[in-house]
Every structure is written in structure tokens, then in C-alpha cells.
Design a protein around this ligand. Structure first.
Ligand SMILES: [Zn+2]
Length: 413
């Protein structure tokens, strides 16, 4: 039996259903934010499945979770596949979780088909990919690729002031795993991440498999506007330093400056905090986030200058500043991995197309360490970061079939 034939669509679908209960929302989505109690529950569930199959499981200093099926050459670096189990506050059942469960399905399929590989094959769940609770996102994979970032990552604070180090300790207490000593990171032979597309192209073009060639660059910023708190009923306009009014002017100018003719630049203000947050007090402070993406780093540079100019010119009478908190350059995936994904999809008679990824993924960090690539499957109407996110059991299984074939071949190289 081949690895692809050993993939079980029902098993893979049921695992998604089981995971969706952890942080499940009334609207059918999930709220399983990084290093929450729900995240710990997901770790325990994955570990219980791994133990039942006799796979080794361990974690590292940033809480990345690894499940390993041994190879015949104990000294060979592993082939790795996975994604993340954390979600947006109003997230879906498939973003990230599919990549972890497809990788786990690949391990099980290899086991069921009694396929011996030379290299170990590893499934991984990276810590805090979403970056909605602790910033920046894709943190676990970033620290794995650059262990010198561990200290900064552990010091990150969530919106309530909880330090990541403490949240991680609580998570590892609720979901205890064997700890790999030392700094995160170890040699990896190659990495392939499966993920729902999170956009509408595969569905529109009626293709089952996206052969991912690259990931566009992304940057995040925080804009802080300082005002002065005042009585909402008595303070005349000329005497106000209204932080939100200034933030709104800045935001409006930014939307205009980032509207490009070919609709490639992505600009999002996804969070606004106004203090003190009282209906009858003029806001003394407004803080908002910016997420900006484009396949060209030059275009991002050019627009960053525009954003800085707007903050400098539109905030008066309030002092304001813009801070860049992440800058992830565009990633080109490895040609041999790209070709292998396409060849395996073709061999399985699965319709496919080459495409770049609009979203960032853990693979962009691991691509710094070893040959890497990604496999996309369609999601309904391209909806993601939304509780209505959906995908078909058949498409999910198709992606897992391509994945196991790719991993098997890479694990014998
Ligand atoms: Zn994701």
C-alpha cells in the first residue's frame, strides 16, 4: 500500500471535529488563542493521539510541539511538516490546525502502510502563529529558525499585560511534555507545510491543490496618538486634544495612500484601542495596529515612507508616532520542493496550479533553514480568520495524500 492510499479521509475529518471542540464557539468556529487553556487542551489531545500510535513527542523552550516517527538512519536529520494549533479570537476550524493534522495523518499513513523511511518524519505544531494575543506572530517558527530571538519572544506581553513566559509556563504545566534541552532549533532536512488557501483562487479556478511558490512580505506597525482627557460636555473643539479624532484622520489618509491600481497591496487596521474608553471623556490616547503586505519589498519600503509622512503631518495637535514591530521579507520556496509537490499532485491525478501565498505562514521562517515548500487546499469562498471558515473532507484528504507522498520521497533522499 502507498502512503497516499493509506490516508483516511474520515479519520482526518474526525480529528478536525475533535480539535474544533477545544475553544469551539457558538457560530461553529474556534477561539483557541496562543498559550490559552484551550491551546493546552489541543496539545494534550495531539499528544494522546501520538502516544496511541507509539510516536515520540517533545517540546522546546518556546513551546513548539514535535511528534516524531523514527527513520532507519537514526543520525539523519528529520523531514518535517506541520503548522499551528492556535487561532484568531474568532477563528475557524482549519487555519493552521489542518497543517498539523495533515502532517499527523501523514505519519499515521506511513505507519499503516508499514513504510520505512531513511529519515525520521516529524509533525510539528508551532507556538503562536496567529500573533493576535502575543505579537509578533509566527513566533515559534521564528525562534526555531533564529534561537537568539528567544529572549524577546518570552518577554512579549498580551493586551492584558500577561508575559508570554508566564503563559507558556502555565501551558506546559497544563500540558506537560518531555522538554528538549537547550535553545530551540535543530537540523531539519526539509519542511513542507499544508494549509487551507485562505483565499478564493483555488475554488474559482476549480483546482484541488495549490503548489505554493512564494509568500509575500508583510510588516506590522503600531500607531500611538497621545491626546488629553477632557469632559465631553464642556470642552470646546479648539481646546480639545482628541486622540481618536487624530487617529481617525491618520487612518483615513492611510487608506487613501495604500489604494493601488492593481489591488496587490494589502493594508489593514485590525485593532483600535481608545483610552480611557469612557463615553463621556475625550480620549487621551488612541493606539491602532497596521498590517501591510506586498510581494515586493521595494513597494513596502515606499509605502512605509508614506505612512510615516501621514503620521507626521495629520496628527496635530496630538503628538503621534508609528513604530514598525515586524518586517518579514518575501519568501521564495525551494524549486526542488515546488517541483516535487506538483509532480506528486499530478501523479495522484489531482488538479493543481502554482500560486504565491497572500498570507504569512510558519514556512517562511523554516525556509531560512532548509529547502521548504507548501501545499494549499481550497476553503469555501476563500473565507478565513472567520468562524464560518470551511473546507471539504475530500479536499483536506487530497492535500494529505500529496503531503505524505512528498514527505516519503524527501525522507528517503
Ligand atoms: Zn495559519
Amino acid at each position: 500500500m502507498s502512503g497516499a492510499n493509506a490516508v483516511k479521509e474520515d479519520r482526518l475529518w474526525q480529528r478536525h471535529a475533535d480539535m474544533a471542540k477545544l475553544g469551539g464557539t457558538a457560530k461553529g468556529g474556534v477561539n483557541r488563542q496562543a498559550l490559552s487553556a484551550e491551546d493546552a487542551a489541543a496539545r494534550n489531545l495531539l499528544a494522546s493521539w501520538a502516544k496511541a500510535r507509539g510516536f515520540e513527542i517533545f517540546t522546546d523552550a518556546i513551546g513548539n510541539l514535535f511528534v516524531q516517527r523514527p527513520g532507519s538512519d537514526a543520525k539523519a536529520a528529520p523531514v518535517m511538516s506541520g503548522s499551528h494549533m492556535d487561532s484568531q479570537p474568532t477563528g475557524g476550524r482549519f487555519d493552521g490546525m489542518y497543517g498539523v493534522l495533515a502532517a499527523f495523518e501523514a505519519l499515521e499513513a506511513l505507519e499503516d502502510a508499514r513504510i520505512r523511511t531513511r529519515r525520521p518524519v516529524m509533525a510539528v505544531a508551532w507556538t503562536n502563529e496567529e500573533g493576535s494575543r502575543f505579537q509578533p506572530g509566527a513566533m515559534g517558527s521564528a525562534v526555531f529558525a533564529r534561537p537568539e530571538r528567544l529572549g524577546d519572544a518570552l518577554a512579549a506581553k498580551d493586551w492584558d499585560g500577561v508575559v508570554l513566559k508566564d503563559a507558556l509556563a502555565a501551558t506546559l504545566k497544563a500540558a506537560p511534555m518531555p522538554m528538549r534541552s537547550g535553545a530551540p532549533g535543530f537540523p531539519v532536512a526539509s519542511y513542507v507545510e499544508a494549509h487551507i488557501e485562505q483565499g478564493p483562487r483555488l475554488e474559482n479556478e476549480k483546482k484541488t491543490i495549490g503548489v505554493v511558490t512564494a509568500i509575500q512580505g508583510s510588516r506590522r506597525y503600531i500607531v500611538t496618538v497621545e491626546g488629553e482627557e477632557a469632559h465631553a460636555g464642556t470642552t470646546p473643539r479648539a481646546a480639545r486634544k482628541d486622540a481618536f479624532a487624530a487617529a481617525a484622520r491618520i487612518a483615513a489618509a492611510m487608506y487613501e495612500a495604500t489604494t493601488d491600481a492593481d489591488d496587490t497591496l494589502r493594508f489593514t487596521i485590525g485593532r483600535v484601542d481608545v483610552a480611557p474608553g469612557s463615553p463621556n471623556t475625550v480620549p487621551g490616547k488612541a493606539v491602532f495596529t497596521i498590517d501591510m503586505r506586498h510581494p515586493s519589498n521595494d513597494v513596502l519600503d515606499e509605502h512605509e515612507k508614506k505612512l510615516e509622512g501621514i503620521v507626521a503631518s495629520r496628527a496635530a495637535p496630538c503628538p503621534a508616532r508609528i513604530e514598525r514591530i515586524t518586517n518579514v521579507g518575501s519568501t521564495d520556496f525551494d524549486l526542488t520542493v515546488i517541483d516535487l509537490v506538483r509532480a506528486k499532485a499530478n501523479a495522484l491525478n489531482l488538479s493543481n496550479m502554482d500560486m504565491p501565498s497572500g498570507a504569512g505562514h510558519d514556512a517562511m521562517h523554516i525556509a531560512r533553514l532548509c529547502p521548504a515548500g507548501m501545499i494549499f487546499v481550497p476553503c469555501e469562498r476563500g473565507v478565513s480568520h472567520n468562524e464560518a471558515e470551511n473546507a471539504s473532507p475530500a479536499d483536506l484528504a487530497a492535500g494529505a495524500r500529496v503531503l505524505v507522498e512528498v514527505l516519503e520521497e524527501l525522507a528517503n533522499r
